[in-house]
Ligand binder design. Structure first.
Ligand code: DAT
Ligand code: MG
Length: 166
């Protein structure tokens, strides 16, 4: 540290962050098959979002039905469940400031044709039925969806040193 630099004020994570949220992200079977896991996780890491849970999962129809319960009866529902159970997915629990909103913005619109370039769907997807990622859309959704994939013991709270600068 040079003579002109000052030591930043050390604050606890709770003092630094307001509206800390956790959200569920799923890297869907098409993205796993296409070898996009690293790039997608890397985007969240680069944004400084904290990874508190991570696992590879082969979803069964029961769990897929639980996740997509709000969509029962929609014309795409059966296809969605069959797609989501067609191969392994990667489940992430991400934590950060306003993370539910931030992650949804990073994902882009549901229909890839409407997703902006620079978003995950805007960069990697073409079809709404193979749209690469899932992210909880509201705090209530995150609270409902996270326990489908993670027990409390599987979520590791920690405070990486880099978050000091966020
Ligand atoms: P999102 O995943 O952006 O939250 P959603 O909750 O409305 O979107 O829908 C859940 C998933 O269902 C979506 O990621 C892909 C699929 N889906 C939605 N609308 C669809 C459609 N019109 N045709 C086919 N699949 C669709
Ligand atoms: Mg949704």
């Amino acid at each position: 540290m040079s003579a002109t630099q000052t030591q930043p004020n050390i604050k606890s994570r709770d003092q630094r962050f307001t509206n800390l949220q956790r959200t569920l992200v799923l890297i869907k079977p098409d993205a796993v098959q296409r070898g996009l896991v690293g790039q997608i996780v890397g985007r969240f890491e680069a944004r400084g979002i904290n990874l508190v849970g991570l696992k590879l999962v082969q979803l069964d129809a029961q769990k897929a039905a639980k996740l997509y319960e709000p969509h029962v009866g929609r014309p795409f529902y059966e296809g969605l469940v069959s797609y989501m159970t067609s191969g392994p997915i990667v489940a992430l629990c991400l934590e950060g400031v306003d993370t539910i909103t931030v992650v949804r913005k990073m994902m882009g619109a549901t229909k890839p044709s409407e997703a902006e370039p620079g978003t995950i769907r805007g960069d990697f997807a073409q079809r709404v039925d193979f749209n690469i990622v899932h992210g909880s859309d509201a705090p209530e959704s995150a609270a409902r969806e996270l326990p489908i994939f993670f027990s409390n013991e599987e979520l590791v709270s920690h405070d990486p040193s880099y978050t000091f600068f966020l």
